[in-house]
Design a protein around this ligand. Structure first.
Ligand SMILES: *Cc1c(COP(=O)(O)O)cnc(C)c1O
Length: 408
């Protein structure tokens, strides 16, 4: 396998068809220039030149393949797209300027006025706003349902439902939904199942293999994993991705070549990182569970998690994000957060640096008290995205939080 040559490439690149995910993450999508560089090249160019007027015309008409302008295609961005498509087991990927641009492009390309969307209530806050405020403006209505309540999904789907949208596991309470079951519900109604796979990444969960039609990523999180760039990607079948690409080409929220290069490098360590994030998160979840001052720990890796068995079935690991409720309210939670020393107080997640967040007053602060109650976003809830520092040091830092909150 290692030394065979891919036929369609002008420069020899190893053929990795049939390889394992760890190999794909490092080797897929590589296209070398005549310099034979080992690491992928960055092409910071807005446009490309043609050898003749006839060649220009042929590229514009689509008769000849090749780059024209970086709003359409760029070689570095294409390498990232090929690699993530291979990792998610999709036919094609389309990279976008951000995770939200991935959601926007998917909806603009595949929905139209009068269509209906069913969306999990427990999605990224801005996704909520996007459907509720902006899609509604263009005559696309969204019904929000509880992620884990299959009856709600079933009864929300109607004749004009074209899309079901969810994140699993959810943020911050780590609830999960059965992707195969939801794909069944979607397909009975000719609707698409779209999964935002940001929390697990293809290293731990591949929704397309479970029946989903489209996977969306905020590459900003674990795909980069080191907090450097904002980006996104949509993965799915050729036919739908051609529509998404068409929207991107016309509307412009494309990924920059530099960011694509950063994400390519991020993918190379993704499997290793997700394994390490998951191991540390499980260790910390168990440690938190043993504390008398902790009322509840939310992490799918715990055997006490209501959906632990389902998580084991559809995920190959449990990820790096967990949350927990401490004894007390907002005051104790804030004291706890302020009491930690190196954990970064930020709403971001999926970074080598551990982060700590108070969802009720930040990421979920816009929700009404009733919605917060309903979604379990209590004032004593703290979310931690477990990074790659020593797990013992992270526990020590969290212990400072307990002490600062007057807990033990
Ligand atoms: C951050 C995030 C997004 C939005 O991605 P951006 O890159 O910030 O636009 C979408 N979905 C989930 C689950 C996220 O965490």
């Amino acid at each position: 396998m290692a030394n065979s040559v891919k036929n369609d490439s002008p420069i020899p690149v190893a053929d990795i068809s049939g390889a394992e995910l760890e190999t794909i993450a490092v080797r897929a999508g590589v296209h070398r220039t005549h310099e034979l560089e080992h690491s992928e090249a960055i092409f910071p160019t807005s446009s490309f030149v043609f050898n003749s007027a006839a060649e220009a015309a042929a590229r514009f008409s689509g008769e000849a393949e090749g780059n024209i302008y970086s709003r359409f295609t760029n070689p570095t961005v294409q390498m990232f797209e090929e690699r993530i498509a291979a990792m998610e087991c999709g036919e094609r990927a389309v990279a976008t300027a951000s995770g939200m641009a991935a959601i926007l492009s998917t909806c603009m390309a595949l929905l139209q006025q009068g269509d209906h969307v069913v969306c999990s209530r427990s999605v990224f806050g801005t996704t909520n706003v996007f459907f509720e405020k902006y899609m509604a403006k263009f005559g696309i209505e969204t019904t929000f349902v509880d992620l884990t309540d299959m009856d709600q999904w079933r009864s929300a789907v109607g004749d004009n439902t074209r899309m079901l949208f969810l994140e699993t596991p959810s943020n911050p309470l780590c609830e999960i939904a059965d992707i195969t079951l939801l794909a069944g519900i979607a397909h009975e109604h000719d609707a698409l199942l779209v999964v935002d796979n940001c929390f697990c990444t293809p290293a731990l969960q591949r929704p397309l293999l479970l029946g989903a039609d489209i996977v969306i990523h905020s590459a900003t999180k674990y795909l980069d994993g080191q907090g450097r760039c904002v980006g996104g990607v949509v993965v799915g079948k050729n036919q739908q991705m051609e529509e998404v690409f068409g929207f991107l080409r016309s509307a412009g929220p494309t990924m920059s070549p530099f960011n694509a290069w950063v994400f390519l490098k991020g993918l190379e360590t993704l499997c290793l990182r997700m394994k390490a994030h998951s191991e540390s998160a499980l260790d910390i979840a168990k440690w938190l569970s043993s504390k008398a001052s902790v009322e509840a720990v939310f992490y799918t890796g715990l055997e006490t998690h209501a959906q632990h068995e389902l998580a084991k079935q559809q995920q190959s690991g449990f990820g790096g994000v967990l949350s927990f409720r401490i004894k007390g309210g907002k005051e104790e939670a804030w004291k706890f957060i302020d009491g930690t020393q190196f954990l970064s107080i930020t709403a971001n997640l999926g970074d080598t640096k551990s982060t700590i967040t108070h969802p009720a007053t930040t990421t979920h602060g816009r929700l009404s008290d009733e919605s917060k109650m309903r979604s379990g976003i209590t004032d004593n809830l703290i979310r931690v995205s477990v990074g790659l520092e020593s797990v013992e040091d992270i526990k020590k830092d969290l212990q400072l939080g307990f002490v600062a909150a007057g807990l033990s």
